[in-house]
Write a protein that binds this ligand. Structure first.
Ligand SMILES: *Cc1c(COP(=O)(O)O)cnc(C)c1O
Length: 388
């Protein structure tokens, strides 16, 4: 079965991990800061903090920006649940902004409309979390304009987008946001096994995140409340967590960083071929805006025409029989049972709900061979012959 996505592990990656296993440090040691520096340097961010996964990264990003009980955090309904859950961990309320019908990212026009209403009603968001779906950056300049006007902070959920560019600049340079978060889960662009990185240009935010990553403990005498009694003195000044990344994971991530450009180029080439070879089918293919270089984490297509849900089900089954794995990224978050219990219902975000009925992800990953890629194209074309 050709999966929709998978990791690409080289002998050099294996050697880097083995080297750590034979060293003095297994958990956070000297390799974590080297990995952080590599990510920061690539993005052009001054600060990078590695944590256990992107979910904990989002949680700490919200906490560092002061999100708490009674606050509002807005995100896209077409994302992984973690983009919304991070606000719930902080006791905040979540709301969603519907997606753009072409890019499938959070729509800046709908965001502007919703902000105008929220201002009148006195429930403006504290933080907005745009998600760079499938590796395509959101319209960050527009979102930043609104953030300045209405006074909210911006966390980019860039879990799909390391290696991507916006207006010619790397995602993570933070020209238009406060914090960006990357995921290093195995299906993403690069992997640590499990891992996440927070990047920011603010030393204060980075410092807070570093402290919260390790139980809220500081060893910096300037931050001590009490007297420094002894060399081993430390103080817990916040309620933090154990969200550390291990050196084992960081070694894998650091080794993978050296192939980031190669990975993205391969993904781009395969995506372009899909676009050329599937363009005549009754499908809406991904549309990447001219100002954007996508990291191509996913290749999502949408069925055009009547009863998309039923036809998608048959497409899934036909492709499965042909050895091609597909998936949905994502079912709208507001329709998950947990969010429905909070009062969300069908009809609130119609573009996202349509997407949830007609979108399907076909395989795309750097280690996919040309032959596997042809097999997918062939299987999709065949399936459409059957679907009529
Ligand atoms: C994968 C993903 C996350 C969570 O990443 P983990 O590293 O698995 O915690 C968050 N947001 C989006 C959009 C993702 O795709």
């Amino acid at each position: 079965m050709i999966p929709y996505g998978r990791q690409d592990i080289s002998d050099a990656d294996v050697a880097a991990v083995v080297e750590v296993l034979r060293s003095d440090w297994l958990t956070q040691g000297p390799v974590v800061p080297r990995f952080e520096e590599a990510v920061a340097r690539y993005c052009g961010a001054s600060q990078a903090v590695a944590v256990s996964n992107a979910t904990s990264a989002l949680h700490l990003a919200c906490l560092a920006l002061g999100v708490g009980k009674g606050d509002w955090v807005w995100t896209s309904p077409i994302t992984f649940v973690a983009s919304a859950n991070c606000a719930r961990y902080c006791g905040a309320n979540v709301d969603f902004v519907d997606i753009d019908k072409d890019t499938w990212n959070l729509c800046p026009v709908r965001l502007a409309d919703k902000l105008a209403i929220a201002e009148r009603e006195g429930n403006l968001p504290k933080v907005v979390i745009p998600v760079h779906l499938a590796g395509q950056s959101c319209d960050m300049a527009e979102i930043r304009k609104l953030s300045r006007r209405y006074g909210f902070s911006v966390i980019e959920d860039a879990s799909h987008a390391i290696g991507g560019r916006y207006q010619g600049m790397p995602v993570g340079i933070l020209q238009y946001s406060d914090i960006a978060v990357f995921s290093f889960h195995p299906v993403k662009i690069l992997t640590c096994g499990e891992g996440g990185v927070i990047v920011t240009q603010s030393p204060e935010l980075a410092n807070t995140v570093r402290r919260l990553r390790t139980h809220g403990i500081t060893k910096d005498p300037r931050e001590f409340v009490g007297d420094r009694y002894s060399p081993w003195h430390y103080e817990q000044i916040d309620l933090g967590y154990n969200y550390r990344l291990t050196d084992i994971q960081a070694a894998l991530g650091l080794s993978q960083m050296s192939r980031l450009v190669e990975f993205i180029e391969r993904r781009s080439l395969l995506a372009q071929r899909y676009t050329a070879e599937l363009g005549d089918l009754p499908l809406q293919l991904p549309r990447v805006l001219p100002s954007i270089y996508s990291a191509w984490h996913l290749y999502v297509v949408r069925l055009i025409g009547a009863s998309p849900r039923e036809r998608r089900q048959r497409l899934f089954e036909d492709l499965h029989r042909a050895g091609v794995g597909t998936n949905l990224h994502y079912s709208p978050v507001h329709l998950q049972p947990y969010y429905k219990k909070l009062g969300f219902r069908e009809g609130l975000f119609p573009e996202a709900e349509r997407y949830g009925l007609d979108a399907i992800t076909i395989p795309l990953y750097a280690s996919m061979t040309d032959q596997q890629h042809r097999q997918v194209i062939h299987a999709v074309r065949n399936a459409f012959r059957g679907l009529g």
